[in-house]
Design a binder for this molecule. Structure first.
Ligand SMILES: [Zn+2]
Ligand SMILES: [Zn+2]
Ligand SMILES: [Zn+2]
Length: 137
């Protein structure tokens, strides 16, 4: 993937900083990475960066819709650059392996409930919990 990370940030009205670029690149390189994982990758690249700076950069990117945060119950938040398709996730209860899964019935139907009670919906969060093949055997 030869994405111009800088122009993605600029198009969203963000100042391009080395820290934001490194954080964005880390998420693109490793979908479903945790904030701790991002911190490790960015420290390798930039030398030093505080955990707070990583969280700040992740928060800004999430706010702009450039990356998506997945918050599994009782587990660390994960970040990915696959945004806009409202896909879902499978998570293994044992090893916390996390896998992308398309909407069960096609084109983001989860965003169209029988009755939306007047809400403007932008996300339907579905997480499938279970045990992955590696942990079953
Ligand atoms: Zn597992
Ligand atoms: Zn995903
Ligand atoms: Zn769905």
């Amino acid at each position: 993937m030869s994405q111009d990370f800088g122009s993605v940030l600029r198009r969203s009205g963000l100042h391009v900083t080395a820290q934001r670029l490194a954080v964005f690149r880390a998420v693109c390189a490793t979908p479903h990475i945790s904030a701790d994982g991002v911190t490790d990758v960015v420290r390798d690249e930039l030398g030093t960066i505080s955990r707070q700076s990583v969280y700040d950069a992740l928060g800004v990117l999430v706010d702009k819709g450039i990356i998506r945060r997945i918050q599994p119950m009782g587990s660390a938040a994960r970040y990915e650059d696959r945004v806009g398709d409202n896909h879902h996730h499978l998570i293994c209860r044992s090893c916390e392996r996390l896998v992308d899964i398309d909407c069960a019935v096609g084109d983001v139907p989860c965003l169209h409930p029988d009755d939306d009670h007047g809400f403007t919906l932008d996300e339907a969060e579905v997480i499938y919990w279970g045990t992955c093949p590696n942990c079953t055997t």
